[in-house]
Design a binder for this molecule. Structure first.
Ligand code: HEC
Ligand code: HEC
Length: 414
């Protein structure tokens, strides 16, 4: 497996100044499929790239999007990947500050449709974040700079002042969005920051579709017998594909391994997050049901404990697992799916017998899905096969030189 391609992004720096592109009134990047072909403004992409990688937009000039969503870690947090047990959540810009949820991968996030209620299937679908509270990448990107546990800037004015320090940004925002970073109309200018980043995130870097599995689907390579068994189980006995769809969505060629719906899997509390926060316990995380407007619409609590089904692409390199990172390894989370309801009970997730003799109680007992997981009856070999299959979903599986590139294009790219 080659790591080369994974480090390349750091050097593929786009060059500003900008070419020919000017501001228009419609800078809408649909969050729905297909994103890339409809991105008519490459210079906005370049600006987004610079902003995504800029650490200056944080209180201590030490944290950017890239800090918690790095290519080397499948666009999740490399610090969590390096220590999935003790660092399930990301350190923020200010010393001693930590988030409350596991940093999701920003890869493939562009495919999540805007948050909506699906009448036919009676479920919420889409949105960004574990609870879908941002509708689009643009809306999502304006949050982290102002989050005291993340980039920790005091307000939008301060963010814009930081941006205005850089003459390239001053020029780019003027040219591409028709706004001046020094204008006092902050409410008008600030969203353009999100718009630029939201133009960068739908690019190929975030959706490579060049895993071993993609090569297998393209009939360019075989899976090992164990991976093959894992795939069969994934789509069958283990029921994974019920939510992590292995079929491409309508009108798109590649599988995304999520249907963007919401579920309560009955994950236990991760007490190590409270430890990082220096407290005994944190408030319950109700997920989707914890959003005030969702809580108001569903006073019966029917959305409590539900989190968005994540993509499983690059899952091998994005530990820990789950919205609170309570599972350090793929073996552990697959064992949880298999035995949640049969193994026995331990007091909490720091217990040495966690996942060995038992699982703790769910954080939110209401709405726990008992139909599709908890007692799958997989053997040890079958669990191992599912894990082996999951590891075929890691991008950059091969050096592209090994493949034919019709018309100079990598075959599986958009
Ligand atoms: C300090 C770490 C940190 C920083 C900095 C950070 N994020 Fe995140 N990101 C997270 C965490 C944690 C979540 C999940 C939060 C939640 O669900 O409440 C997340 C979620 C996301 C998601 C949602 C993915 C999905 O599938 O729903 C995207 C996209 C994203 N971040 C992009 C960004 C961008 C763009 C920036 C910079 C403007 C950024 N992040 C800065 C930690 C971080
Ligand atoms: C009923 C829908 C459903 C089924 C079936 C399902 N999952 Fe999930 N999966 C989810 C949801 C929802 C989450 C996030 C839950 C949370 O964090 O509370 C998730 C999270 C995960 C994660 C952690 C991802 C991350 O980025 O942290 C992995 C790995 C995973 N599932 C693998 C599997 C495997 C393997 C199977 C089959 C054995 C499976 N899932 C079956 C809905 C499902």
């Amino acid at each position: 497996m080659l790591i080369v391609a994974r480090t390349m992004i750091a050097f593929s720096v786009f060059v500003l100044p900008l070419t020919g592109e000017t501001a228009t009134t419609s800078d809408t990047m649909p969050a729905t499929l297909p994103p890339l072909q409809n991105t008519p403004l490459p210079d906005r992409v370049k600006l987004g790239f610079l902003l995504y990688n800029d650490l200056n937009i944080s209180a201590r000039r030490n944290t950017g999007c890239v800090t918690c969503h790095a290519h080397s870690a499948g666009f999740a947090d490399p610090r969590s990947a390096a220590d999935p047990v003790n660092m399930p959540v990301s350190p923020g810009s200010e010393p001693g500050k930590f988030g409350t949820r596991n940093a999701q991968t920003a890869a493939y996030a562009t495919f999540s449709p805007p948050f909506h209620w699906d009448e036919q299937n009676q479920t919420y679908v889409g949105g960004q974040f574990w609870d879908g509270r941002a509708n689009s990448l643009k809306d999502q990107a304006i949050g982290p700079p102002l989050n005291p546990l993340e980039m920790a800037m005091p307000n939008k004015e301060a963010v814009l002042a930081r941006l205005a320090e850089n003459p390239v940004y001053l020029e780019a925002f003027r040219r591409l969005y028709g706004v001046d970073l020094k204008w006092p109309q902050v409410e008008m200018v600030y969203p353009k920051f999100g718009a630029a980043i939201g133009s960068f995130e739908p690019t190929d870097e975030f959706a490579e579709f060049n895993s071993k599995y993609d090569y297998y689907v393209a009939s360019k390579i075989d899976l090992t017998p164990q991976e093959q068994l894992g795939l069969q189980l994934f789509n069958g006995k283990a029921k994974c594909s019920n939510c992590h769809s292995s079929k491409p969505p309508a009108n798109y060629p590649h599988a995304l391994f999520t249907d963007f719906t919401y579920d309560n899997l009955g994950l236990p509390v991760n007490p190590r997050i409270a430890v990082l926060h220096g407290v005994v316990s944190l408030p319950l995380d109700l997920g989707l049901g914890g959003r005030p407007e969702i809580a108001a619409k569903h006073p019966d609590g029917s959305q409590n404990g539900k989190f968005k089904v994540p993509t499983l692409r690059n899952i091998e390199i994005t530990p820990p697992y789950g919205h609170n990172g309570v599972f350090a390894t793929l073996e552990q989370i697959v064992h949880f799916y298999n035995t949640r309801d049969t193994l026995g009970e331990v007091p909490d997730a720091t217990d040495p017998n966690f996942g060995i003799t038992g699982w703790p109680k769910p954080e939110v007992p209401k709405n726990v899905n008992r139909a599709e997981l908890g007692n799958l009856g997989l053997t040890d070999e079958e669990e191992a096969a599912v894990v082996a299959f999951l590891k075929t979903l890691t991008d950059d599986a091969f050096d592209e030189k090994d493949l034919e590139h019709p018309e100079g294009q990598a075959p599986l790219r958009r």
